[in-house]
Design a protein around this ligand. Structure first.
Ligand code: ADP
Ligand code: MG
Length: 317
């Protein structure tokens, strides 16, 4: 199988190109291609940039929410390997006009997100810029049993936690010049990295493959299929569409930070109610893994739907 297997998209074509010559090291057990890398000792590490004008607009969020959201999104990649969060390193690239209260509030938001998952702030970097605000966050964690994107097998079912499309509904409302509903705004501004859910699932079920939904299931499920060398079928009518969202937003909208995993349908069925009682949010069976390759999204009648997730260098979905 291809070593750096991603779903389609110009962003991932570019990354694949970089990775052709990527230097290796004995300490790198799982290198680029998953949500996070795994180093010797089960140390898990990942980085994520939040860029003003691309990932957020400052008119949409309070300064503390900008920081919280950047950290929560980065931490979600630890959930995506079922790792335990340890520490964050925060590079703050700050327009000079944000010096002072704004920056302090932003960092308080970062620290709040870290505290909520019992991670510490290990360091960072602070620099001025004449460009937009950028927050790049490195997250470090640990697990002895990382759950990778590559473990899906034919016969598995595909599941998602929670509800999808809420964050994208907020962005769509702001983009139309409207105020988003309260729940959609909360989903965008204050996403919760599903760390506890990932650990719970890893304890109760044999998870075969796991990814976090940062770019929309239409994109992220395709990465999971490519990494596993299997085909995934997602049944659109089974998707848990959030109350303020639409099917299209649930398929293509990024920023939900829910988990998508594959496992035995009976094993998950046996714990789904307990999961709901514990977390107050559902586990939903949204499709199957088969032999073959690629992602197919189908409607209730089996007709193929076309949807694309977020691609930094692609056409808008
Ligand atoms: P995620 O959405 O889970 O944060 P990305 O889609 O950003 O993951 O990245 C996919 C994979 O490609 C990850 O394993 C990441 O480490 C790797 N990657 C992305 N950009 C680069 C880069 N510039 N150099 C090396 N690896 C990269
Ligand atoms: Mg991810």
């Amino acid at each position: 199988m291809e070593k750096h297997a991603f779903g389609p998209g110009r962003e991932f074509d570019l990354i694949r190109h970089f990775l052709r010559q990527a230097p290796a090291h004995d300490s790198i057990i799982v290198g680029p291609g998953d949500d996070a890398a795994v180093l010797r000792g089960g140390v898990v590490i990942s980085t994520d940039a939040a860029v003003e004008g691309i990932h957020f607009r400052r008119e949409w969020l309070e300064p503390a929410e900008i920081g919280y959201r950047a950290a929560a999104c980065a931490l979600s990649d630890l959930a995506a390997l079922a790792a335990e969060p340890w520490a964050l390193l925060v590079s703050l690239v700050l327009p000079a006009s944000d010096y002072g209260k704004f920056a302090v509030e932003l960092m308080a938001g970062v620290q709040r997100a870290a505290s909520l998952v019992h991670a510490g702030l290990a360091g960072g970097d602070t620099a001025a810029t004449s460009g937009p605000l950028v927050i790049d966050i490195v997250v470090v964690g640990q697990t002895d049993r990382p759950v990778l994107r590559s473990g899906a097998r034919p016969g598995d079912h595909v599941f998602v936690t929670g509800e999808l499309g809420g964050a994208a509904a907020a962005v769509a409302a702001w983009t139309r010049g409207e105020r988003p509903g309260q729940e959609a705004r909360r989903r965008y501004a204050l996403p919760e990295p599903r760390i506890a859910q990932a650990h719970w699932l890893a304890r109760h079920v044999e998870l075969h493959a796991l990814i976090d939904l940062s770019d929309g299931i239409a994109s992220d499920a395709a990465h999971l299929a490519a990494a596993s060398g299997c085909a995934l079928i997602i049944r659109a009518d089974q998707l848990p569409v959030g109350p303020e969202a639409t099917l299209q937003l649930a398929l293509s909208g990024g920023d939900d930070y829910e988990l998508c995993f594959t496992a035995d349908v009976q094993e998950v069925g046996a714990v789904a109610l307990e999961f709901f009682e514990h977390f107050g949010s559902p586990l939903t069976d949204v499709g199957e893994v088969t032999s073959g390759h690629g992602l197919q999204i189908v409607d209730a009648g089996g007709k193929r739907l076309h949807a694309r997730g977020w691609d930094h260098f692609g056409a808008k979905p």
